[in-house]
Design a protein around this ligand. Structure first.
Ligand code: AMP
Ligand code: MG
Length: 403
């Protein structure tokens, strides 16, 4: 039995980033940038006003004082979206709107609210500093500087940054195609009438959704019967169509748990069993060159092992440089007494107590068939093996399930 860290390292060591494709800017939302992008223009592209006001020469205002106001002649107006016209003459002011280009030779802007308007003049009662209310060209980004690095996940802020650079086609890593094979004679499609002993194939749907949430394309296959030839045929087909093959069920020690031995015959088993609860029976290996993860069948085990092993693999094929979930320390809101001889990933809800301090609440009994223990969780509290009862208030690391 190997540790979670070793299992992760072995799964990721052979994974390399997939090829890139160009997508339209908005379709790049949530995708991973495949190459460093450099700024093609300065941002802001020109000096401009940060408020509605008057562009002036700061030097003209040096001696302004409550007792000695200074009047400047208003020589026109610059509107956003229009050029600034001729240079600003001495002892003049030009009305300027937010975002409008600064007239040549002007070096400060004074806000409308700060001046007194008298017919064709403005009157200043105090000096204005050079550079006031001016957004300088290149202050945000300089032409040629790295704008976004390869491996960055494109969110709304970054999409906006690309748009302001005029980028409309974005090089992103293509999405990994992830085959999902659920095994088990008991499985029927959700919605079908259940005969005695049958259950809906919920893992196929849960794992497909998890693949999509992780940035992959889910290829959902029909449930596979617990027969050696059926498992072999399904694995063979999936490996030829996908970048990653995931299965659920059939990796434990039951008489009909065939996935591991079929994998050994058709491909290569790298390891089986990880020191964790839930999810000990995890089989990892290759079908030809295609990475394969045999996830356990219990619904919570399937999703927890997906989170710890399949999601990192998908993110690293995408070239995401920042895939690990944040881990924070949180106190237990109540005593926890389920003792485990393996590292226990306890599903917890995270809520503030009456004083506003964040606490972790175990989501009820933690058996791996109890789906609500997972649906109500926002984090996984990581408890080392062989702990006794964990007292209320004791502090443990919690992996956050959403960044
Ligand atoms: P197994 O590892 O195949 O023995 O499955 C362990 C448990 O998970 C059994 O109770 C199965 O019925 C259940 N299970 C296996 N596959 C699925 C699935 N696709 N959807 C829901 N439950 C499943
Ligand atoms: Mg089974």
């Amino acid at each position: 039995m190997i540790s979670v860290e070793e299992a992760q390292a072995r799964i990721l060591c052979n994974s390399s980033r997939l090829s890139e494709e160009q997508v339209y800017l908005l379709d790049a939302t949530g995708r991973v940038l495949a190459r460093d992008l450099r700024a093609s223009i300065d941002l802001p592209p020109f000096d401009n006003s940060s408020m509605d006001g008057y562009a002036i020469h700061a030097g003209d205002s040096l001696d302004a004082h409550e007792a000695h106001p200074i009047a400047l002649t208003v020589d026109g107006l610059v509107q956003a979206g229009h050029p600034a016209m001729n240079p600003l003459p001495a002892r003049s002011a030009r009305k300027i709107m937010t975002g409008a280009p600064l007239p040549p030779e002007a070096d400060a802007v004074v806000a409308i609210e700060e001046v007194e308007r008298r017919e064709s003049c403005i009157v200043l009662h105090h000096p204005v500093k050079r550079g006031s209310l001016i957004r300088q060209r290149g202050q945000d980004t300089r032409q040629g500087a790295t704008l976004l690095a390869a491996g960055t996940v494109l969110n709304s802020a970054r999409i906006g940054l690309l748009a302001s650079q005029g980028v409309i086609l974005v090089p992103v890593t293509r999405k990994p195609r992830v085959a999902i094979l659920a095994t088990g004679d008991e499985l029927v499609e959700p919605g079908q009438t259940l005969l005695p002993g049958q259950i809906p194939n919920s893992n196929s749907y849960a794992l497909s959704a998890a693949v999509m949430e992780s940035g992959g394309i889910a290829l959902r296959y029909p449930a596979v019967a617990d027969r050696r030839e059926a498992v072999a045929e399904a694995l063979h087909q999936a490996a030829s169509e996908a970048d990653i093959v995931l299965s659920s069920g059939g990796v434990s020690v039951g008489d009909y748990d065939l996935v591991k031995s079929v994998l050994q015959t058709m491909g290569q088993l790298d390891f089986w069993r990880v020191d964790m609860k839930p999810g000990k029976p995890l089989a990892s290996g290759f079908l030809g060159k295609t990475p394969f993860l045999g996830l356990p069948g219990n619904p919570v085990s399937a999703l927890v092992t997906f989170e710890l092993f399949a999601r990192p693999l998908i993110r690293s094929l995408l070239g995401d440089t920042d895939w690990p979930r944040p881990v924070i320390s949180l106190p237990l809101a109540q005593e926890f007494s389920e003792i485990s001889d393996r590292r226990h990933y306890v599903r917890v809800a995270i809520r503030a107590d009456a004083n506003g301090a964040l606490m972790a609440w175990p989501t009820g009994p933690q058996d791996s068939h109890l789906q609500t223990s997972w649906t109500n969780a926002q984090g996984l509290m990581i408890i080392p093996p062989h702990q006794g009862r964990l007292p209320q208030g004791s502090i443990w690391p919690v992996m956050l399930l959403k960044a």
